[in-house]
Design a protein around this ligand. Structure first.
Ligand code: HEC
Ligand code: HEC
Length: 352
């Protein structure tokens, strides 16, 4: 099974279901949590929550600290830039609630009391992270490499990919106490060992780590801004081919690259670095959107602008999600937020 196909099938299925979305199903037909889990989660997390491309969810160490809100928020936001999709526009809040209840049903013991978190020093936390966590979670906390293809049903210690912690979806869902509790307990059956045992980390050190991890989330939500922007340390000529690959892998068609030089430099001075504009499109999505409102043609087909600034390469695109409320059409808002999420994922994946 190709992972890309699963994800795009999800989004396309969603579009196909537009009509159906607005018609309320009768109470008798409403699927239960187990059924919804099988339909939307089991391909990645395993039918029994044993894990696969997605993390195992039936671990007792996880279930004891993951409350309903954590599960609900994780489903809502997904993990942008990772393979875990956001379900905000796919499942209603009630449906997400039923799935959360179903997952919590796997817990055998009581819910654990989460530890208090005191004031921490993010600078000390950064050192500790580099020493104790970065080997698995990545130096920037961006997580282990995820498989591009699903090798069937994978479980077992070696294969659990360390999740991204520097991730807006994770940081939106996880409380400080949840993060500390994870360090204290670890997750038996995975490489995530407990750090509280044998006093590998003191209570203060764990608070420092929480402060450091939380610091990643202090930026604004990139999808709330009129322009979506992702910065990368990669040079432009390395980033652009990655960006094209990322565009294609999200089932958009790359159309052309346009290069602009702002101004010709005065004689004897170095030329300014060029601005590249990548044009791409998803004809299926575009047709659907145009059916809803012709005016979307003003910001589609899609463009990402790439330029250098402050020693970094910047990718930027108009955010359809921020524009969509202007059209006063709920169907369009749904479409636009899908496209915005795709833009963000395309840019984030290109810069990994
Ligand atoms: C040997 C590899 C390894 C090391 C070292 C490690 N982790 Fe983990 N961590 C993992 C794995 C794998 C998981 C996923 C466990 C699961 O399946 O639930 C994880 C899960 C987590 C989670 C939960 C994330 C989520 O999405 O629920 C947090 C928080 C976390 N680790 C923090 C840390 C911190 C902080 C450190 C350093 C003190 C650390 N980890 C060190 C491998 C590691
Ligand atoms: C396309 C694959 C995929 C699908 C479908 C998917 N997930 Fe995930 N999920 C993942 C991956 C991968 C991660 C880990 C993210 C990372 O590595 O940063 C994850 C993480 C999670 C976590 C965090 C676990 C932890 O230890 O904190 C929860 C909870 C979760 N998913 C629940 C769900 C639910 C519920 C559904 C269905 C509504 C679902 N997922 C559908 C791939 C998927």
């Amino acid at each position: 099974m190709n992972l890309r196909i699963t994800i795009s099938a999800l989004s396309l299925g969603l579009l196909a279901a537009w009509g159906g979305l607005w018609a309320a199903p009768s109470a008798a037909e409403e699927p239960g949590g187990e059924e919804l889990f099988k339909e939307h989660c089991a391909t990645c997390h395993g039918p029994d929550g044993g894990g696969g491309i997605g993390l195992p969810l039936h671990l007792e160490d996880f279930l004891r600290i993951a409350d309903r809100e954590y599960l609900m928020e994780t489903m809502r936001h997904g993990r942008p830039g990772r393979v875990m999709p956001g379900f905000e526009h796919i499942l209603s809040k009630e449906e997400r609630g039923r799935i959360a209840d179903f997952i919590q049903g796997w817990r055998e013991g009581p819910q654990a009391e989460l530890p208090e978190v005191g004031e921490g020093d993010p600078a000390r936390g950064a050192d500790l992270f580099a020493r104790h966590c970065a080997d698995c979670h990545g130096p920037q906390g961006r997580g282990g490499t995820q498989p591009r293809e699903a090798p069937g049903h994978i479980t077992g210690e070696e294969q659990v990919v360390p999740p991204a912690l520097n991730n807006s979806g994770f940081l939106a869902a996880a409380s400080d106490r949840f993060i500390k509790a994870t360090m204290l307990r670890g997750r038996e059956g995975t490489p995530m060992t407990p750090f509280g045992e044998a006093e590998e980390l003191s209570d203060q050190q764990m608070d420092d780590l929480v402060a450091f991890i939380r610091g990643w989330g202090e930026g604004v939500d990139p999808l709330a801004e009129p322009v979506i922007e992702v910065r990368s340390d990669m040079p432009m000529d390395e980033l652009i081919p990655m960006l094209k690959m990322s565009i294609n892998s999200h089932n958009f068609v790359f159309i052309r690259q346009q290069t602009l030089y702002e101004d010709l430099p005065p004689e004897g001075e170095e030329a300014e670095s060029p601005v590249h504009i990548l044009h791409f499109c998803s004809f299926g999505l575009l047709d659907k959107a145009l059916e809803v409102d012709e005016r979307v043609g003003t910001f589609l087909p899609c463009q990402i602008t790439v330029y250098r600034e402050g020693g970094q390469t910047v990718m930027s695109a108009i955010n359809p999600k921020a524009l969509s409320p202007l059209f006063h059409k709920p169907e369009l808002e749904l479409f636009c937020s899908l496209v915005s999420e795709q833009y963000l994922k395309i840019m984030q994946e290109a810069s990994f």
